[in-house]
Design a binder for this molecule. Structure first.
Ligand code: GN1
Ligand code: MG
Length: 365
């Protein structure tokens, strides 16, 4: 508790720290909302970065700075004729002007501005929300599409490189064969049956059909904020996975999060379904603002991305379950296994809808 207040105190620009409380439900870092008694900045976000996952946390902060500076400049130029409010969280330096603070216990701390008058949701509320979520991701991509990917560091090697996750899964499985419960049996067979297709996006990248661009890396529904007054998307938060990548993984990740009305934390995994109408609305919103810079090749691989990313996340959760929950935080024993099953059911549902989904993609193209 004491360290929380010391960290909060270092990053506050003015006023007194009134309260520091856990914020959101991230699976990796520890995130807090700091309240101040200062009227102009009533609160900010404080994070203890998970340095087991992000081995070079200072590069994560540098990436966020590069991206937010780029977007900040663009927004200044665009402001006079923009459709709506759009904000980007900014890094707050500590009292010595540094973008991070290393506490006496070695933990790595960082602060970001808090976006006021904006709401985060754990599931998509309906067609209009879906359209806005898509518009939000599209706006984010549009604002960064001219930022050269080489200006961002690769802060998480192998992130969203599906063949790499498969290799890791296989070595963990060989080292720690699990007891064969019906759920584990289902999960292992599920992976076995889909091994052949895991390289589809990586192969397209090596053949230069897809190229690296700056990506958000984690555009799940909770990370796209909505203005409660206008019901419009106004910001994308959680920028630590910003790095060079394929925009396909962002699109696939957004859809796997948003088109699952049960939410990724449901325990009723057998009931999980992919909702194609929400998918249509999200893509409509997305393409209305980002369609301009997608190439024909980009369009050709959209279905593959929609199918692959939930499978990949399921594989990541399953591997972590087999390994003893060393990566994703868990709230109960077997949590990562249930999360994996949710993503596998979602993948199954997408596969069963491949005809209609491909038709939607053709129509919106
Ligand atoms: C992790 O920590 P959080 O919740 O922002 C993960 C994402 C997953 C997500 C699933 C760095 O994000 O890739 O999609 O959990 N982030 C990292 O909820 O691995
Ligand atoms: Mg995240």
């Amino acid at each position: 508790m004491e360290i929380l207040f010391s960290a909060a105190d270092r990053f506050k620009a003015k006023g007194t720290v009134l309260d520091v409380r856990p914020h959101g439900n991230g699976n990796i870092h520890d995130t807090f909302l700091v309240s101040l008694d200062f009227p102009e900045t009533r609160c900010f976000i404080l994070q203890r970065v998970n340095t087991r996952v992000f081995g070079r946390p200072e590069l994560v902060t540098a990436n966020i700075r590069t991206l937010t500076d780029h977007v900040g400049k663009r927004l200044e130029r665009e402001a006079p004729n923009s459709r709506q409010r759009w904000e980007i969280p900014r890094i707050l330096p500590d009292r010595e002007g540094s973008d991070h603070w290393i506490a006496p216990d070695g933990s790595f701390w960082r602060a970001m501005s808090f976006i006021e008058s904006a709401r985060s949701f754990e599931t998509v509320q309906g067609a209009e929300h879906a359209l806005e979520v898509g518009y939000g991701l599209g706006t984010f991509h549009r604002l960064i599409h001219d930022l050269p990917a080489e200006r961002l560091a690769d802060t998480l090697r192998g992130f969203h490189v599906t063949p790499h996750y498969l290799q890791r899964f296989e070595s963990v499985l060989a080292a720690r064969p699990p007891g064969l419960s019906p759920e584990i049996r289902y999960a292992l067979k599920f992976v076995e049956d889909r091994k052949a297709g895991v390289g589809v996006l990586e192969d397209a990248r090596t053949r230069n059909r897809l190229r690296l661009r700056p990506i958000h890396g984690d555009p799940k529904v909770d990370n796209i904020l909505i203005d409660p007054e206008t019901a419009q998307a106004v910001a994308m938060i959680d920028l630590d996975t910003v790095k060079p990548g394929l925009i396909h993984t962002d699109i696939g990740d957004c859809l796997r999060s948003c088109c699952n009305p049960s939410g990724e934390e449901t325990q009723d995994w057998e009931a999980v379904r992919f909702e194609p109408d929400l998918c249509r609305s999200i893509l409509q919103g997305y393409l209305s603002t980002a369609g301009g810079f997608l190439t024909a090749d980009d369009h050709d691989f959209l279905y593959d991305a929609v199918r692959l990313i939930p499978f990949e996340l399921g594989l990541r959760f399953l591997t972590d379950h087999l390994e003893g929950d060393v990566y994703f935080k868990v709230r109960y024993p077997g949590h990562n296994l249930v999360r994996a099953l949710v993503q596998f059911k979602l993948t199954e549902s997408i596969e069963s809808l491949s005809g209609p989904l491909r038709a939607v993609l053709r129509e919106l193209r």
